[in-house]
Design a protein around this ligand. Structure first.
Ligand code: HEC
Ligand code: HEC
Ligand code: HEC
Ligand code: HEC
Length: 128
């Protein structure tokens, strides 16, 4: 590749990146939260930039959030990242299995409270 081609190519790449950044909505394209099961949302979708969040929070074990239970026991070395939280958690609690909103809040707010890090106020996660 000649130097000039290189510069053109780099310019196009940077231009594309700037465009991508400018067109991203406030809660980013990386939001993976599956909210369909809630129907009409009462709050704006929570902020959750999956990979950036987990890197910053130092979470390497996927099963901290994507857990698998069998007969009420957590199954070690097994994770369920191929499933949505709503695949297992119905809107309403079923025995020891919390309802969907409780499941999210239990995982997210629960950890933030126990670590004393991360948002715990409604409007910090559910941002307009
Ligand atoms: C802090 C909790 C947390 C951790 C740790 C975590 N995830 Fe997730 N992940 C989520 C949530 C929440 C969702 C959205 C699921 C939903 O809303 O049903 C998700 C979604 C996903 C999805 C689906 C993406 C999509 O768009 O369909 C994949 C794949 C995934 N996670 C993989 C992983 C892997 C691999 C790891 C470990 C390296 C991991 N996750 C660690 C919370 C976490
Ligand atoms: C494969 C099915 C399955 C998936 C997928 C799943 N859960 Fe669960 N979850 C369960 C079961 C079963 C229980 C009840 C465990 C018990 O018997 O105590 C549970 C319990 C919980 C609890 C309370 C106990 C605890 O471990 O803190 C929270 C919070 C929770 N889930 C959050 C989530 C979130 C958030 C997601 C998505 C990232 C998710 N769950 C995905 C099956 C699942
Ligand atoms: C196992 C612990 C843990 C779980 C589970 C967890 N978080 Fe966090 N979260 C943290 C920590 C630790 C921080 C602070 C990271 C830092 O030092 O900046 C954080 C920070 C955040 C922040 C601040 C901005 C950012 O990305 O750093 C947001 C927003 C957030 N979490 C949302 C969520 C949501 C939504 C969920 C549930 C889907 C969730 N978190 C689940 C530990 C957790
Ligand atoms: C750490 C982040 C976090 C905090 C703090 C938090 N939530 Fe949530 N909340 C979530 C996540 C994640 C979901 C599931 C995905 C979504 O709807 O954004 C959720 C779901 C909900 C839902 C069901 C979906 C809907 O919009 O109808 C309601 C209602 C809700 N939260 C209200 C609240 C209220 C009220 C507070 C304060 C008392 C609060 N949340 C605090 C992360 C948070």
């Amino acid at each position: 590749m000649t130097r000039r081609h290189h510069a053109l190519w780099l310019g196009a790449l940077l231009g594309g990146m700037v465009l991508a950044l400018c067109s991203a909505p406030a809660w980013s394209e990386d939001t993976v939260l599956k909210t369909e099961a809630f129907g009409t949302l009462r709050r704006p979708v929570a902020i959750f930039d999956h990979d950036t969040h987990n890197e910053k929070a130092g979470l390497d074990d996927c099963a901290i959030c994507h857990h698998v239970y069998q007969d009420g026991k957590l199954v070690k070395d097994s994770s369920s990242e191929d499933q949505a939280c709503s695949d297992c958690h119905a809107l309403k609690r079923q025995g020891r299995q919390p309802g969907l909103r409780e499941a999210y809040h239990g995982a997210c707010v629960g950890c933030h409270k126990s670590k004393g890090k991360g948002p715990v106020a409604c409007g910090q996660c559910h941002q307009r």
